[in-house]
Design a protein around this ligand. Structure first.
Ligand code: F6P
Length: 360
């Protein structure tokens, strides 16, 4: 018989659709085994700040409510990062919180940054951890999909579809700026699904003259409008990041490059008017898609299985059509997964005639 366990679960980093479905899967799986689950509030803060902030979760929190069908995080999340010099102090406080609550292990639902930070806390404090990948950026290493990405792609695709209709009415080239930080997965996959004409991603340099060439080709073909998808992480043509804004620990906050592109196109080309739509945080709060809920269920169940077998300090992943687990250390070592410029997705975009920059 498995010993009764006390498990903590927290959501860390930017929220996304599907987090509550993950929490539900963990709570239901754990309660089948007679374990107790404690939901930690506001990312790691619920354990590092005094008094601790948490609640015991039971199946009733999720079976009797619509939470698993909603985006956002029932527990709250934290997207502040942590300064290197504060790491060991935070790890000590985290360890203290875990011990005060008597937890056997902590499940962290987060992206690559959260795996790195909480992986460090847990290693430093000797705490067992399981990671579940989530991010709309889909840049968590090794796993092919993270919870939240598919739902965000759906939001972007729906937006591109809508923009195409109004672009058609007004003879415009409409620019849709999407999130993703330094990775172009969200931009490229939704541009492909939404049949955009141009898609710019951080991984591929571009030339404004070649965007205009594409717009001229569209015009010459008899079409009077276009849709351009741009990832927030692209640089200017000269290789500069547009936004000078910084977060609380000095990391760049992206956003605004769509406007730069719009002005640059308009200066050189007058046949289509340009306008910009920046999708912003609504990309993180669409209805959790079927695939994200499916992934949430599978990842949650796998996390419980790993804990039951005492296989910890691992992150669950989706690879080659299966759920698997790899060490957190390996995840951290790999860093962020950027868009492979030779992937099927990129090849398809090129094959469909989309301008995606200057691919070598
Ligand atoms: O990592 C997820 C993400 O939504 C990025 O795509 C985006 O750049 C960032 O978070 C925005 O973070 P914040 O909510 O802190 O502005």
């Amino acid at each position: 018989m498995t010993k009764e366990k006390r498990i903590g679960i927290l959501t860390s980093g930017g929220d996304c659709a599907g987090l509550n479905a993950v929490i539900r899967a963990v709570v239901n799986g754990a309660s089948q085994k007679g374990w107790k689950v404690f939901g930690i509030h506001n990312g790691t803060e619920g354990l590092t700040e005094k008094p601790l902030s948490y609640e015991e979760l039971t199946v009733h929190n999720f079976s009797d409510t619509p939470w698993p069908r909603l985006s956002g995080s029932y527990l709250g999340s934290l997207n502040k990062g942590v300064k290197m010099e504060a790491l060991s102090e935070m790890s000590r406080r985290f360890g203290e919180g875990v011990r005060e609550l008597g937890l056997d292990a902590v499940i962290v639902v987060g992206g690559d940054g959260s795996m790195n930070i909480t992986g460090n806390y847990c290693k430093g404090a000797g705490i067992k951890m399981i990671g579940i990948p989530k991010t709309i950026d889909n840049d968590t290493p090794i796993t092919e999909f993270s919870v939240g990405f598919n739902s965000a792609c759906q939001v972007c695709t729906t937006a591109i579809d809508s923009l195409e209709l109004t672009a058609r009415s007004h003879q415009r080239a409409l620019i849709c700026e999407v999130m993703g930080r330094d990775a172009g997965h969200l931009a490229m996959q939704s541009a492909l699904a939404g049949q955009a004409d141009v898609c710019l991603v951080p991984e591929i340099p571009y030339k404004i003259d070649n965007i205009i060439k594409k717009l001229k080709e569209i015009k010459a073909s008899g079409r009077n409008h276009a849709v351009i998808v741009v990832s927030e992480g692209i640089k200017t043509e000269d290789g500069e990041h547009i936004s000078g804004a910084k977060n609380m620990i000095g990391e760049a906050v992206y956003g605004g490059v769509g406007q730069y592109l719009s002005s640059e196109i308009n200066i050189r080309y007058k046949d289509f008017q340009t306008r910009v739509t920046t999708l912003g945080h609504i990309q993180r709060s669409g209805t959790p898609s079927m695939f994200d809920r499916y992934l949430a269920a599978i990842f949650g169940a796998k996390a419980i299985e790993l804990l039951a077998n005492d296989e910890t300090n691992k992150m669950v992943i989706w690879k080659d059509g299966h759920v698997q687990a790899i060490s957190i250390e390996e995840v951290v070592k790999k860093g962020t997964t950027l868009l492979d410029t030779h992937s099927d997705c990129v090849k398809a975009a090129q094959a469909l005639g989309m301008y995606i920059g200057e691919i070598k």
